[in-house]
Design a protein around this ligand. Structure first.
Ligand SMILES: C[S@@+](CC[C@H](N)C(=O)[O-])C[C@H]1O[C@@H](n2cnc3c(N)ncnc32)[C@H](O)[C@@H]1O
Length: 251
């Protein structure tokens, strides 16, 4: 199967050919084994991304595509009883599982989860302090990526933080990446994600990129911290926290 051509902002990024109902069915099917399949490789990235967001007591934070809810649990602990975590996920089985995991930690009262497609977010404008997305942005088709990030910007308060962890196209030239992309191109229902230019996408959506951390899973991963322009959030730029490592997603 040949993928349609890509968009100017994400050149040479493969398209996603799965429909939303196929994606939903896929995550419903693997919900019980997702952690078994992915935890070992993905946990260090999730932890680094959570540290970068640094959610604080009393904050409101949304996670998009929370899966079994590991990060929701960590975020609910970080925001404390005066804060709130929101979550949206396409898979109703993942929502069920995340609710169970939050309940087991007695954190369900701090969470508000919905089942839905994050290309349209059911939250008011400028209502959240933080937004978190881990291994989810690369599941959206290329033209949808700016749309999802525009929605993220709309719901964040001025000064609010976004952290996106994703497989990245930057330095993605090795054999493993080529094999990965080949599998995505030929078996899109088996391998639904692919590397994207994540830092560029966050910047193009109008966020100020504060920091990019690069990690190596079996493919290169980037974790990007951005802020929505405007006053608010957690005060002025602090180089110790907000250092920009100057990485550019450009070849
Ligand atoms: C690869 S998993 C990552 C789960 C979790 N963030 C983690 O790091 O363990 C992607 C998650 O995004 C959800 N998802 C996929 N497409 C989505 C969409 N359009 N809107 C909301 N969630 C979506 C899937 O159901 C799945 O739970």
């Amino acid at each position: 199967m040949k993928a349609p051509s890509s968009t100017p902002l994400q050149p040479d990024v493969l398209r996603v050919l799965q429909s939303k109902s196929e994606t939903k069915a896929f995550y419903n099917k693997i919900s019980r084994v997702y952690d078994l399949l992915s935890d070992r490789s993905e946990a260090p990235v999730r932890e680094a991304a959570l540290r970068l967001l640094a959610a604080a007591k009393g904050e409101t934070v949304l996670e998009i595509g929370f899966g079994s809810g590991h990060c929701l649990v960590a975020l609910a602990k970080a925001v404390g009883p005066t804060g709130k975590v929101y979550g949206i996920d396409l898979s109703d089985r993942m929502v069920e599982l995340a609710r169970k995991n939050l309940a087991r930690e007695r954190l369900l009262a701090r969470a508000d989860l919905v089942c839905g497609d994050a290309s349209s977010l059911p939250y008011p404008d400028s209502s959240l302090n933080g937004l978190f997305m881990c291994f989810t942005l690369e599941l959206f088709d290329t033209p949808e990526i700016p749309k999802v990030l525009r929605e993220c910007k709309r719901v964040l308060r001025p000064g609010g933080r976004i952290v996106v962890a994703s497989m990245t196209k930057k330095e993605a030239r090795g054999l493993v990446v080529r094999a990965f992309e080949w599998t995505h191109r030929h078996f899109p229902n088996f391998l639904d994600c692919r590397p994207i230019y994540v830092r560029r996408a966050v910047e193009e959506a109008g966020f100020k990129v504060r920091r990019t951390i690069r990690m190596q899973m079996w493919v290169p991963v980037a974790i990007v911290l951005g802020t929505k322009p405007g006053k608010g959030g957690r005060g002025p730029y602090r180089p110790d926290r907000d250092r920009d490592e100057g990485d550019e997603d450009v070849h």
